[in-house]
Ligand binder design. Structure first.
Ligand SMILES: C[S@@+](CC[C@H](N)C(=O)[O-])C[C@H]1O[C@@H](n2cnc3c(N)ncnc32)[C@H](O)[C@@H]1O
Length: 216
C-alpha cells in the first residue's frame, strides 16, 4: 500500500524520493512524526563520536544517513562537502531537516522510507551513517551498499545502557558485544563499546569495504 501523506509529495531542495508501494509501519510513523514535531526547534549537533572521526571520514562523495531523523549528522556531512541523502520513516523529520538545509543553503536529498520493510536506498555510497537506529536486517545489507573503500559508521546503545536509562527499551538495544558480528565483509577500523562521556553505554564501529584486489 502506498502511504500517501502530504509530506511525501512535498518537494525539497534536491527532490524528495519515496520508495513506492511497500507497506509502511503506519503506527511507528505517526509516533515518530509526533515526537519529531514535539522536539522541533531543539536542534542537536552531530554526536561527539562522529565529530571525533573527522580525520577519517571523507569530505567528498555520496553519503547516506539511515534513519537520520532531523539530520544532525546529514547536515554536518553536507557542511563537510559530501553529497548527502537522508533517509527516514518520518516525513516530519525530513521536512525539518530540509528546512534547516535550505536555511544554510546546503544541498540535501531526503527519502521517506520504511527501513524495516526493505533495503536502504541504493548505493554505492562512500559513507553510510547509522546512529541510534537498530534494525538488524538493515545492518546486514549495508556493507554491500558501499563503494569499495567506502566507510560504514554505526553507533548504538547496548543492554548495559539499561543500568542507567530506561529508554531505549530492551527491544531496541544491541546485546553487549553484538555489533561487530552484525557487520560482515568489512575491514574494521574502529570498534569500541562502553560508557560514553555523555553517560550512555554504546557500541561504536567504523568499517571499510575493501577495495577489490588488483587483477581480480
Ligand atoms: C532515535 S532517532 C535517531 C535519529 C538520528 N539517527 C540521530 O542520530 O539523531 C531514530 C530515528 O529512526 C527513525 N525511524 C524509526 N523507525 C524507522 C523505520 N522503520 N524506517 C526508517 N526510519 C525509522 C525515526 O523517525 C527517527 O528519526
Amino acid at each position: 500500500m502506498l502511504c500517501l501523506v502530504p509530506v511525501l509529495l512535498r518537494p525539497v531542495m534536491s527532490g524528495a524520493l519515496s520508495r513506492g508501494p511497500e507497506p509502511m509501519a503506519e503506527a511507528d510513523r505517526i509516533r515518530w512524526d509526533a515526537r519529531h514535531r514535539e522536539q522541533a526547534g531543539r536542534e542537536h549537533g552531530p554526536s561527539p563520536f562522529a565529530v571525533s572521526l573527522d580525520g577519517l571520514l571523507p569530505h567528498r562523495g555520496r553519503a547516506l544517513d539511515v534513519a537520520g531523523g532531523t539530520g544532525r549528522h546529514a547536515l554536518w556531512l553536507a557542511r563537510r562537502g559530501l553529497d548527502v541523502t537522508l533517509a527516514d520513516l518520518s516525513g516530519v523529520a525530513l521536512e525539518i531537516a530540509a528546512g534547516r538545509a535550505d536555511r544554510e543553503g546546503l544541498p540535501l536529498r531526503t527519502v521517506t522510507i520504511d527501513l524495516e520493510a526493505g533495503p536502504a536506498p541504493e548505493g554505492p555510497w562512500d559513507l553510510i551513517v547509522c546512529v541510534d537506529f537498530l534494525w538488524r536486517p538493515l545492518l546486514a545489507g549495508l556493507p554491500t551498499a558501499l563503494h569499495p573503500g567506502g566507510l560504514l559508521l554505526v553507533a548504538h546503545p547496548t543492554r548495559s545502557n539499561l543500568r542507567r536509562h530506561e529508554r531505549p527499551g530492551p527491544r531496541h538495544l544491541l546485546d553487549d558485544g553484538e555489533l561487530p558480528g552484525l557487520i560482515r565483509g568489512l575491514e574494521v577500523l574502529h570498534d569500541e563499546e562502553g560508557w560514553t562521556p555523555e553517560g550512555r553505554h554504546e557500541a561504536r564501529l567504523v568499517a571499510r569495504r575493501p577495495a577489490p584486489e588488483a587483477g581480480r
